[in-house]
Design a protein around this ligand. Structure first.
Ligand SMILES: [Fe+2]
Ligand SMILES: [Fe+2]
Length: 356
């Protein structure tokens, strides 16, 4: 399989990134709202439970429901004048500090960066909502359909809660990154339950859980902490569905099918990794006097780049792929070469980007 977005790649130092140079192309991509995503619909006449573990997950989902409008205390403030996350966790806060800018500017930069990151999570939640709707069609067992339906409600709530947090508390929803849109559409257009589940529940949700958990560890704001904890509680059920379903898929897969899933997983996450915050840096670069290419070169050539960069992967998605046998001797080195797997001492899981 060719590299995803091969013609959008360019070399910055030793690192190959995906860069959307043509703003017009990016705008057209975002404007394209209708996407052909035919799904095969499967009826079932088996109305009893056939897959006990999925029925249990559906039951857990019913108990785990919460109301984003009523259960979250929206009166709690979020301010640009406070650190929402610890300053060390923000690339822009580190950069502006290094440049000798005052603390108010560092806080404003961190706030902008967070609003951008949460916006991307929000767009991902919308994709999850649409994909789970598809799963209610393509899955063949009733327990799977029930479970997928419960996840649809969860994802609707996540869209609701992040959209409200951004618009009411942070003031802006930033547009989706070009690479993210392309990758999410690949999942929405992928055929069959196996690829959709591998793509969304294992790869994207695994990544999102990594990002959310690391943000929660660094979070100083009670409202944002509460939202992250609630969303993560739901996401753990979603990840469980991914693992349970993929275990069955993997058990029945031929060596060729395994190799295809290994490469597909790697290629999708490699493309996501090749983005390296370039979208975010391009939006805020002019405001804070930052050159995106220079920053990318600096970050990707840090001696501990792999250690820092791999955290969101090694948190959940890489261990899950390993358990499923989808990272093998054949492919592991590729992950390492891109800084997506690095060895870390036990307990050393601190999300800190120290550029100084
Ligand atoms: Fe979600
Ligand atoms: Fe989810």
């Amino acid at each position: 399989m060719d590299k995803i977005l091969g013609d959008h790649r360019k070399q910055i130092g030793n690192f190959e990134i995906i860069d959307w140079v043509d703003e017009g192309e990016l705008a057209r991509l975002r404007d394209k709202l209708d996407v052909d995503a035919p799904v095969s619909l499967h009826w079932t006449w088996e109305y009893g439970s056939e897959v006990e573990e999925l029925r249990n997950l559906y039951e857990k989902g019913k108990h785990g429901q919460w109301n984003a409008a009523q259960d979250v205390d929206w009166s709690q403030p979020v301010s640009k004048d406070d650190w929402v996350l610890n300053p060390e966790a923000s690339m822009l806060a580190n950069l502006t500090k290094m440049m000798g800018r005052d603390e108010a500017t560092q806080k404003a930069a961190a706030f902008d960066e967070l609003a951008f990151t949460v916006s991307q999570l929000l767009h991902g939640e919308q994709a999850a909502l649409q994909l789970c709707g598809q799963l209610t069609n393509v899955c063949d067992k009733l327990d799977q359909k029930f479970y997928a339906a419960s996840q649809v409600a969860d994802e609707a709530r996540h869209v609701e809660v992040f959209a409200r947090f951004l618009s009411e508390k942070m003031g802006t929803i930033y547009p989706i990154g070009g690479t993210l849109k392309i990758l999410l559409e690949m999942l929405l257009q992928a055929e069959g339950m196996a690829k959709k589940t591998l793509g969304m529940q294992t790869l994207f949700e695994g990544m999102a859980v990594g990002i959310m958990d690391l943000m929660r560890q660094e979070c100083r704001n009670p409202l944002f902490s509460d939202i992250l904890a609630r969303v993560q509680g739901d996401e753990s059920r979603h990840a469980a569905f991914g693992v349970l379903t993929m275990r069955r898929v993997v058990a029945e897969a031929s060596p060729e099918e395994m190799a295809e899933m290994e490469d597909w997983s790697y290629n999708i996450l490699e493309a996501l990794n090749a983005n390296q915050q370039m979208d975010m840096l391009k939006i805020f670069g002019p405001k804070y006097g930052i050159d995106p290419a220079m920053v990318t070169q600096m970050v990707t050539s840090l001696p501990n780049f792999a250690e820092l960069n791999s955290m969101i992967y090694t948190h959940t998605v890489v261990p899950n792929l390993r358990n499923l046998g989808l990272i093998t001797e054949r492919t592991e080195q590729h992950w390492r070469d891109k800084g997506m797997i690095a060895d870390r001492k036990p307990g050393e899981q601190k999300f800190q980007l120290n550029l100084a």
